[in-house]
Design a protein around this ligand. Structure first.
Ligand code: ME8
Length: 506
């Protein structure tokens, strides 16, 4: 089965912050896990470069449009690399190959009769790139950004979204899992139930965008242009193959709740209108908050993920984001919280477990770890991780999956304390018992390394190397008793070395 994952394509009018990194890392964890299960995967991320305010923001920055979007797209590309995302392609909407497919997509809808000409008069927020009714404004301001909307009146092309209400409701009834978590499904469905207005799909007063194919005096509305990336990129990501037959519609879109309506309502309707299949699934997650407020450029409370990665490394950041909050809900993050979990969970619980295990094998057995039976309870727990983590991740419960692995880490720590290998080592008659405990610790840590590889890929590799195990991540290895005998274990250096605590101000 093929499995295709996307992140939103991020606006280049801002530079990447931790909120963007969050979605990219979530999608990466899920796709890495699917690869471990041997599935055929494709992971897409990218940038949305045609916003109506891009020309103004570029001018304010004193840069040519091209140069401006290239620079900020490069910043998002760098973020993607630094968070260790394993994306297969990075799409940019200013790529002419994308533009050509946007035109083809819209032309199809036009020819099938669901686009007509009309006059748009109304309020528009350039930050959201969305139209608002008076009733939706809060004190006359955009509900998301708190800025006054512009009054816009122009001849536009409209998409007959209203004609798709019935089809969308049918779709939602037939596919209860199309939108997850279920409370987001309910939110999207009730939005559709309330009735849908047609939407403008072109802008007459702009030049920065993809020209409408049958009327090049107008450009395609940026949201329509952007959504189509999920389908278009498959068409040109590989020079020698159109990937759409392989991966469409096996797509799982990841996004936050700010853009639910575009993804869960407008996007499926556009696809239906173009005669294409709708996405397999959409996962709508919550916001990362700092001091109770959404982290965003407009709130001015952004955290640069690259700063955190410079201090802690990439794995701790990937780990923390899915430990601190239940994926799907809003969650508050803090520098103190990251530091605290780094020391307690990564440093002490996982890092020390590896240091102690390898040191004991080196000291008591000269680096040699022989096969032994894994005891009932521990073996069963390892096998449970192998069975249940995939089920959690299939529902995108990243936090639950990580917790299951962490319970195993804690059991292994308890095992060290309870079996006290340093006592066993003093008594020659208990040598077989010591062999067994060391094997259980080695095998348990090995299983943890494979199970947690999608969350903390570098640490996983370092654990396997320290244990002299092959760097093979096939999910079938998350089972008890798969340790490969070795005689080369040396005391491992700290997996997560000490880092200075952040200062209260920073
Ligand atoms: O909306 N918490 O781009 P964008 C969690 N170009 N996630 C966050 C976040 C936060 N505080 N802040 C941002 C756009 N995100 C459009 C998308 S797709 C066809 C076009 C993440 O740069 C989250 O995924 O504003 C959110 O949906 C996305 O960034 C918005 O990115």
């Amino acid at each position: 089965m093929s499995f295709y994952v996307t992140t939103p394509i991020y606006y280049v009018n801002s530079t990447p912050h931790i909120g963007h990194a969050y979605t990219t890392i979530a999608a990466d964890i899920v796709v890495r896990h699917r690869r471990q299960r041997g599935e055929e995967t494709f992971f897409l991320t990218g940038t949305d470069e045609h916003g109506s305010n891009i020309p103004r923001v570029a001018e304010e920055a004193g840069l040519e449009l091209r140069e401006f979007v290239d620079r900020n797209a490069a910043a998002f590309q760098e973020m993607t690399v630094r968070v260790n995302a394993s994306n297969d392609f990075f799409v940019r909407t200013t790529d002419p190959r994308h533009g050509a497919l946007v035109q083809e997509f819209l032309q199809r809808i036009y020819e099938r009769g669901d686009i007509y000409e009309g006059v748009y008069a109304g309020l528009y927020c350039t930050r959201c790139e969305a139209f608002y009714t008076e009733a939706e404004l809060v004190d006359g301001l955009c509900p998301q950004h708190g800025i006054p909307p512009d009054f816009v009146e122009e001849k536009n092309y409209f998409f007959r979204l209203s004609a798709y209400q019935e089809a969308l409701l049918r779709l939602y009834d037939e596919r209860r899992e199309i939108v997850l978590p279920s409370f987001r499904y309910n939110e999207a469905r009730s939005f559709i139930e309330r009735g849908l207005d047609d939407i403008s799909v072109s802008r007459a007063s702009q030049r920065w965008g993809v020209p409408i194919p049958w009327d090049t005096s107008q450009v395609v509305y940026v949201w329509v242009d952007a959504l189509i990336n999920y389908w278009s990129a498959l068409g040109f990501a590989r020079a020698d193959e159109d990937l759409r037959p392989r991966f469409w519609p096996e797509v799982r879109h990841f996004l936050a709740k700010d853009i639910l309506k575009f993804h869960c309502v407008i996007w499926p309707a556009l696809l239906l209108a173009a005669g294409l299949e709708v996405p397999r699934q959409l996962f709508v997650h919550g916001y990362l908050l700092l001091d109770e407020r959404k982290i965003s450029k407009s709130a001015g409370n952004v955290i640069d993920p690259l700063d955190l990665i410079d201090v802690y490394g990439v794995d701790p950041v990937r780990f923390y984001l899915f430990r601190v909050a239940t994926f799907g809900q809003d969650g508050s993050i803090s520098l103190q919280g990251l530091h605290e979990r780094y020391e307690r969970e990564l440093g002490n619980e996982l890092g020390n477990l590896l240091s102690r295990t390898t040191a004991m094998v080196a000291r008591y057995r000269d680096g040699r770890l022989r096969a032994a039976e894994v005891s009932g309870a521990l073996g069963a727990q390892i096998d449970r991780v192998g069975g249940e983590v995939p089920a959690r991740l299939d529902e995108f419960d990243l936090t639950g999956a990580l917790e299951l692995v962490w319970e195993l880490v804690r059991s292994l720590n308890r095992h060290v304390e309870q079996s006290a290998p340093w006592e066993l080592a003093k008594d020659e008659s208990r040598a077989a018992e010591l062999d067994r405990v060391l094997y259980e610790l080695g095998d348990g840590l090995r299983a943890v390394a494979v199970a947690v590889a999608s969350f903390v890929p570098d640490a996983s590799e370092r654990i396997l190397s320290a244990l002299g195990q092959p760097l093979e991540l096939g999910w079938e290895r998350v089972a008890a008793g798969r340790f490969v005998e070795t005689d080369a274990i040396e005391p491992a250096p700290p997996l997560f070395p000490r880092v200075d605590a952040p200062t209260p101000a920073g």
